[in-house]
Design a protein around this ligand. Structure first.
Ligand SMILES: Cc1cc2nc3c(=O)[nH]c(=O)nc-3n(C[C@H](O)[C@H](O)[C@H](O)COP(=O)(O)OP(=O)(O)OC[C@H]3O[C@@H](n4cnc5c(N)ncnc54)[C@H](O)[C@@H]3O)c2cc1C
Length: 401
């Protein structure tokens, strides 16, 4: 029997760990149940940190931990999925194609930035979405130091006033000062078509975010959308042109394209609709998890968000349940009642909220300490030691906050 997991992000990593844990508990050998993880690299990209400096350091190796738990790493990118013949076509880094059949499949292909068809966007916008994007932005910021001081050089426009945009923007003034020196006059502007910043954060947290933006010197243009970009900056729908050498696009996510190959219903973000066991509705033997899936988190109407917090726990349930079906044991219903947010606000510290109503629990330095711990400890893979790695993936205990 073979369980194939596509994607080595937070969801795919925990799916592999959790499936291996159940196989171990049931006393089944890796020969009887093969668990194969398909991904372009055996590496976890620590996406939630990609707004930070030194993005090239923000990965964690997975090969040793996968080896320790007897999960087979298959190098490549899944190009097609045939749910009738139950096979995944994989293209390797060298361009070779191979096919992998499955008895159960877990789609854990995550998400990517949504780039609408706006003139100049493809050529002139940076992002902090993937590792290469963040490295390209960092290189560009360092190259600015070789240019003469000008308002355009020192101005960064961040499009999108959600979590990612706020984290990219609030960290930028100090990052620019470090790179460009004390004579620079960093100007950072968030543009968002909504009338309020951080639309998801609610009325309790928003004034604190607004104060933090003022504190670190980030301006906003709200109720404004981007009409076009060129090498001199961005033009807004109002006609205003902001001269800027750096535009960072951070306005919206979509599920990775592979989800479109599964013949099932998807939401407006392209996420596959799944049941409480994280099985894709109406497609036999296929599970979806993390940013690739939309799942009910509880019985009161909350649904998973595209977040590391949800991806990790959903991954553990999907891995457990796909393996449970193959091993003939009971599945476990996914549930995630607890929900917290921890938003980095640059030199203004951070903001920590609890619950779906986003009740503010910590601000400033105290919240920043928690953010640092989340970003440097909590979201990293477990140690490459078999017992510890398997124990880390009990679905009931993953991402309990
Ligand atoms: C700048 C930034 C800040 C963020 N901050 C936070 C935060 O503070 N808190 C939070 O909870 N979340 C945050 N997030 C969101 C979080 O990073 C995502 O929700 C999380 O990464 C989702 O995990 P995942 O495993 O579902 O997908 P991903 O992490 O996207 O991983 C998907 C994996 O699938 C692989 N893959 C994709 N397609 C294929 C294919 N066809 N074949 C093989 N492999 C494939 C990819 O290479 C990747 O390894 C942030 C994201 C960004 C970009």
């Amino acid at each position: 029997m073979r369980l194939v997991i596509i994607g080595a992000g937070f969801a795919g990593m925990y799916a592999a760990l959790s499936a291996a844990r159940l196989r171990d508990i049931q006393g089944v050998s890796p020969e009887e149940l093969e668990i194969a993880l398909v991904a372009p690299e055996p590496t976890l990209v620590v996406r939630p940190r990609l707004y930070e400096p030194k993005p090239e350091t923000l990965t964690a190796p997975l090969q040793d931990v996968l080896k320790a738990i007897d999960v087979v790493y298959v190098q490549g990118s899944a190009e097609t999925v045939d749910t009738k013949s139950r096979a995944v076509q994989i293209v390797t880094a060298k361009g070779a194609k191979k096919s992998l059949s499955y008895d159960r499949l877990i789609v854990a292909t995550g998400s990517r930035l949504f780039r609408p068809n706006i003139p100049g966007l493809a050529d002139h916008a940076f992002s902090v979405d993937g590792l290469n994007d963040a490295i390209a932005l960092d290189r560009h910021l360092h190259q600015l130091a070789s240019l003469p001081i000008s308002e355009m050089r020192d101005t960064v426009v961040v499009v999108g006033g959600g979590f990612t945009g706020i984290e990219a923007a609030t960290g930028m003034p100090s990052r620019l000062r470090t790179i460009l020196g004390k004579d620079a006059k960093p100007r950072v502007i968030i543009v968002d078509r909504n009338e309020a910043i951080a639309p998801d954060m609610g009325a309790g947290a928003r004034p604190l975010i607004e104060a933090a933006l003022r504190n670190v010197g980030v301006e906003t243009r709200l109720g404004a959308s981007v009409a076009s970009l060129d090498n001199s900056g961005v033009t807004l729908s109002s006609g205003e042109h902001i001269e800027s050498a750096t535009v960072i696009w951070a306005a919206g996510m979509r599920a990775a394209p592979l989800t479109a190959q599964i013949p099932a219903e998807r939401d407006s973000f392209g996420r596959l609709l799944v049941d409480r066991d994280l099985r894709v509705l109406s497609v036999d033997r296929v599970f979806a998890t993390g940013d690739a899936a939309r799942a009910a988190c509880d019985n009161v109407g909350n649904y998973s968000l595209m977040s590391c917090q949800h991806a990790t726990r959903m991954g553990a349930f999907a891995g457990n349940n796909a393996a449970a079906e193959l091993l003939g044991v009971a599945t476990r219903r996914y549930h995630q009642e607890a929900y917290v947010t921890c938003l980095d606000l640059g030199e203004a510290g951070a903001l920590f909220t609890r619950g779906w109503e986003r009740k503010v629990e910590m601000v400033g330095d105290q919240a920043k300490k928690t953010k640092r711990e989340i970003n440097t400890v909590w979201i990293y893979p477990p140690r490459a030691e078999r017992a510890a790695a398997l124990a880390s993936a009990d679905p009931e205990h993953v991402t309990e906050v």
